[in-house]
Design a protein around this ligand. Structure first.
Ligand SMILES: C[S@@+](CC[C@H](N)C(=O)[O-])C[C@H]1O[C@@H](n2cnc3c(N)ncnc32)[C@H](O)[C@@H]1O
Length: 166
């Protein structure tokens, strides 16, 4: 048996990732949309273990980022912790999964990314959701979005960038 097979058959496969929920100060209240999360969890309080499928081919149609996150994950996080129209900042945005998820949820997005190729990938992904068919296709894969009917796409062009809240 080669090394790879030994590793696969001798251990329980590691299959979880952790999400860190942080806030600036202890006494600043945090946002948690309890009722919506309960609704998305079939009427039961949302738990801290989420079973979501691995990233799909349908979300890589503009190219790939080596550590691209699944849209389903970012949509869940955004719906849990923000309101419609809120600004979301991702200072290490990569292919801007956070931004695509934010816009599909009706939130506004600003991202920072140092690699030109990933900025271009982000731009292509953003342009892709301008196409109603494409955005419908993405939404059709994201159960939380069609369940919450929380999918008014936001266009930052209509916002005043000089008044970003960051
Ligand atoms: C883990 S990846 C983010 C992937 C993203 N969640 C997605 O779904 O595509 C982190 C990104 O941060 C970028 N990065 C690292 N240091 C940075 C910096 N100082 N300023 C801007 N971007 C940076 C990297 O180029 C990389 O694309």
């Amino acid at each position: 048996m080669n090394k790879k097979l030994t590793i696969e058959f001798d251990f329980i496969k590691y299959s979880t990732e952790f999400v860190i929920w942080a806030r600036k100060k202890k006494n600043v209240p945090h946002k948690f949309n309890y009722d919506l999360m309960k609704e998305l969890n079939g009427g039961k309080q949302m738990t801290d273990v989420w079973r979501l499928p691995a990233i799909g081919r349908w979300e890589k149609t503009c190219g790939k980022h080596p550590t691209q996150k699944p849209l389903r994950l970012l949509v869940r996080i955004i719906l849990a912790s923000t309101d419609e129209g809120d600004w979301i900042l991702d200072p290490f945005s990569g292919s801007s999964t956070t931004g695509i998820a934010a816009n599909l949820c009706g939130r506004r997005f600003a991202g920072l990314e140092q690699e030109k190729q990933f900025c271009e990938l982000s731009k292509a992904r953003r342009e892709e959701i301008n196409c109603i068919e494409k955005s419908r296709c993405l939404i059709s894969h994201i159960e939380d979005l069609h369940n919450s009917q929380n999918c008014a796409i936001v266009h930052e062009e209509s916002c005043e960038y000089s008044r970003l809240p960051f």
